[in-house]
Write a protein that binds this ligand. Structure first.
Ligand code: ADP
Length: 397
């Protein structure tokens, strides 16, 4: 059974065709500059050379047609007809309180998604464009929506409410939603599978550290707290995002830096985080190079990043009344041993110790805790596309 996984952004679209029974990626690719001059598709069929196709793609519908043509192409294609696409799984950023799990997309679901767009104006409308384009081109293929927020819908009220007036929640839906849910759920489930234990009996802290970063407390398989909130700006200090700040800073910044509200939001999303602190880069490889060369701001940025993580790990151990495992994933979590070490440093009091030698690993499923660590620490590479394909399969098989 072939499942097409679609992650549609406003001007880009990533896809993977996955043969789900064997967990095999048949082809994958990225379309960029949809609706902008210079539209192009980079397509990589399994076992064949990468191809780059340049042609105008004024909207998502044309982009999806070009993608399907690439999948069916005589030379670099992997399927011979559209009938070989059995279901489509769409990544959707925001499901608000409507969706606590993945769903088959119906007219009602689309209406609810439109309702959610106000909460994620940068992402949901683009996700919807991808869904609508696929429906119009493949009207008989089942479509599934897999939400970044769904896994966190199990958070109790005490974790998701802000200290704002209750009306802010009731009337304007202002609450903590959390993101990266597909990844947090995937690695927690995968870890339980790897150690052969029932996730229901485990207290796990999952650290998804990439360009955007978040940590989740997974108690008995359920998210009970997570660092991102109403938007993905809350929580950890990230590549270019500030994470938690005092809200009173916003008007002060606007006044001092002469920015309007839109510019300020853009600033908090794009010019802060480790990039803003270091003035060097948001990429941790660059930060390490600068730090080793003696750039103090780069060193400070790395310390700020890890310190915030350590505080949340301690906090989530308290929230769950203990912790059995700490998991690291995504670009930094999977590939930066030194950052993992710095995040765990100082957590000996909860029984967490890393084995520095074993920890010197990239992108592998591996236990990295020391033999005397009472908390199991693992590197578990995430695979959001596979997770979306599995969710789709469960609803469509
Ligand atoms: P996204 O949120 O875009 O999916 P990723 O999970 O791919 O992000 O993470 C991207 C980040 O991972 C890069 O900005 C970089 O900081 C970090 N990264 C990737 N490879 C390495 C590496 N080998 N060492 C340290 N950091 C890395």
């Amino acid at each position: 059974m072939n499942i097409l996984v679609i992650n549609a952004g406003s001007s880009s679209l990533k896809y993977q065709l996955i043969e789900i029974v064997n967990n095999k990626i048949v082809a994958k690719g990225t379309i960029e500059r949809i609706g902008i001059e210079g539209s192009n598709l980079v397509h990589k069929p399994e076992g064949k050379d990468l191809v780059r196709i340049e042609q105008p793609m004024p909207d998502h519908k044309v982009a999806i047609k070009v993608m399907i043509a690439a999948l069916m192409d005589k030379e670099h294609g992997v399927i011979s007809s559209m009938d070989e696409i059995n279901a489509v799984g769409h990544r959707v950023v925001h499901g608000a309180e409507y969706f606590s799990g993945s769903v088959i997309i119906t007219d009602e679901v689309i209406a609810a998604l439109e309702e959610c767009s106000e909460l994620a104006p940068l992402h949901n409308p683009a996700n919807l464009m991808g869904i609508q384009a696929c429906i119009s081109i493949m009207p008989n293929v089942p479509m599934v929506g897999v939400f970044d927020t769904a896994f966190h819908q199990t958070m109790p009220k005490r974790a998701y409410l802000y200290g704002l007036s209750y009306e802010a929640y009731q009337e304007y839906r202002i609450r903590r939603y959390g993101f990266h849910g597909t990844s947090h759920k995937y690695i927690a489930t995968r870890y339980a599978e790897l150690i052969g234990k029932d996730i229901k009996n485990l207290k796990i802290i999952t650290c998804h550290l990439g360009n955007g970063s978040s940590i989740t407390a997974v108690d008995g398989g359920k998210s009970i707290d997570t660092t991102m909130g109403f938007t993905p700006l809350e929580g950890l200090v990230m590549g270019t995002r500030s994470g938690d700040i005092d809200p009173a800073i916003v008007p002060y910044l606007m006044d001092k830096m002469g920015m309007d509200l839109e510019q300020t939001i853009q600033y908090l999303n794009k010019e802060c985080g480790v990039y803003g602190i270091s003035g060097v880069s948001s990429d941790f490889r660059d930060l390490w190079v600068a730090s080793i060369q003696g750039n103090e701001r780069a060193t400070t940025a790395l310390e700020v990043f890890c310190y915030r993580i350590r505080k949340f790990i301690g906090g989530y151990a308290a929230a769950m009344g203990g912790v059995d495992a700490i998991l690291f994933t995504a670009g930094i979590g999977e590939n930066d041993p030194k950052i993992r070490e710095m995040c765990i440093e100082g957590l000996e009091f909860i029984g967490a110790r890393i084995d520095k030698e074993i920890n010197d690993v990239k992108g592998k499923e591996l236990r990295i805790s020391a033999p005397d660590s009472t908390v199991d620490i693992w590197c578990v590479p995430t695979n959001e596309e596979l997770a979306i394909a599995r969710e789709t399969y469960l609803l469509c098989k």
